[in-house]
Design a protein around this ligand. Structure first.
Ligand SMILES: Cc1ncc(COP(=O)(O)O)c(C=O)c1O
Length: 397
């Protein structure tokens, strides 16, 4: 099919929930993507913070090929080694004692919500301790439970009634959290750094306060690290930089190097309340995705890899601050390679111009440009990307 035929067939055959720009991508290598016309792009979206090792990583391809030729799926009725090995590695590299596998970020949050509700029943013996506190600007996914804690009208309104028992508080607002969290709270769900909500880091004071309020009221603290976890901030988990341990953590996006996976990490105290039959998924934690994920986790968890993420992302932040200037640049913020540039106006035109000049970037809210390149991006590629942004911004204004 040629490009026009693909675009037409997409409109005719696929539910129209996405707006896509023109290029039809055919292949990728490292930080680069290529379209059907042979154009090369620097990919600073990375499949929305997914392709941590870049595209077509040779070690990842070898692992996937080998596993596909051996065993792809047997369901969770049976044991397979890749699932258990991946769980062991996640436990060894985090606060968690146990892992529950699923297939996406939204599903990982669904699981966390179910675990929290069951925990309140089993441990506190309470049927009325069912409230989940969530925050303004949050994004936890689009399935009905995850959507209920994604506190934005734009995503929720058309799909009401939502899951009951969600209490709203303001992000980074200690007093608001204090008002919202009480004896009926079974869990608090929060992104240590909000991604879709505009790349907004939580203050250390705020997260410490949440931990303390959760302890005080017997509620569980859930960190959603679907976007900010697995090396993106320069430490394996974002919570390491805050010196606070959650009771549960959800991960997904980069874990299997582009294959669908989600994981809910939990302490034994939480995991122990879940019994056979309480929750399940046909595809979750299959041998293929778990073999792929082991490659990603082994590489990303290496101290030298993380040190390079910290160095190169600090360089990128400094270069952005130095070179991307103007009255309309409101703030450049973020952590590691989760960077947001807030402008005083919508960023659509800048995104379109950058694409035309060979740089792929995405927004996080109308006015925030989000930069989430593969974690392997080099300084030279960072320089080129910033050069494109600066020249598109200058011509734009
Ligand atoms: C913080 C966060 N949580 C959850 C999700 C939902 O993940 P998924 O799209 O895999 O369901 C996202 C997706 O962007 C996210 O950024």
């Amino acid at each position: 099919m040629d490009n026009n035929a693909i675009i037409q067939a997409e409109a005719n055959n696929i539910v129209q929930t996405y707006i896509r720009p023109k290029p039809v991508f055919t292949h990728g290598k490292g930080v680069y993507l290529y379209d059907s016309d042979g154009n090369e792009y620097l990919d600073f979206v990375a499949g929305i913070a997914v392709m941590a090792l870049g595209h077509s990583d040779p070690e990842w391809i070898a692992a996937v090929n080998a596993q596909a030729g051996q065993l792809t799926h047997v369901s969770n009725l049976y044991y397979t080694a890749p699932q258990v090995e991946l769980a062991q590695k996640l436990v060894a590299t985090s606060f968690a004692d146990k892992v529950y596998f699923c297939n996406s970020g939204a599903e990982a949050n669904e699981s966390a919500i179910k675990f929290a509700r069951k925990y309140a029943r089993v441990v506190h013996g309470r049927d009325d301790k069912t409230n989940i506190v969530a925050f303004s600007g949050s994004f936890h996914g689009r399935t009905m439970g995850a959507l209920a804690v994604t506190l934005r009208d734009k995503y929720q309104k058309a799909f009401e009634p939502l899951m009951p028992g969600v209490v709203r508080a303001e992000y980074n607002d200690l007093a608001s959290a204090e008002n919202a969290i009480d004896d009926q709270t079974c869990a608090v769900i929060v992104e240590p750094i909000q991604g879709e909500g505009g790349v907004r880091p939580a203050s250390a004071e705020f997260l410490h306060h949440l931990r303390q309020l959760c302890d005080q009221h017997g509620a569980l603290l859930i960190f959603d690290e679907v976007q900010c976890g697995l090396g993106r901030t320069g430490t394996l988990w974002a919570y390491e930089q805050y010196n606070i341990l959650p009771d549960m953590l959800t991960a997904a996006k980069p874990l299997a190097g582009g294959l669908p996976i989600g994981a809910t990490l939990a302490t034994d105290a939480v995991a122990d309340v879940m019994q056979p039959g309480d929750h399940a998924s046909t595809f979750a934690g299959g041998p293929l995705v778990c073999s792929a994920a082991q490659i990603v986790l082994n590489r990303v968890a290496k101290p030298a890899f993380l040190a390079q993420v910290r160095d190169n992302s600090a360089y990128m932040m400094a270069q952005l601050r130095q070179r991307l200037t103007g009255d309309d640049v409101v703030e450049i913020r973020g952590c590691g390679f989760l960077i947001g540039v807030e402008f005083a106006h919508p960023v659509n035109d800048l995104i379109t111009a950058a694409l035309a000049h060979g740089l792929i970037v995405v927004n996080a809210g109308p006015n925030v440009l989000r930069l989430v390149p593969p974690l392997i991006v080099s300084r030279e590629q960072i320089d080129t990307a910033i050069g494109i942004l600066v020249s598109c911004h200058t011509t734009d204004t």
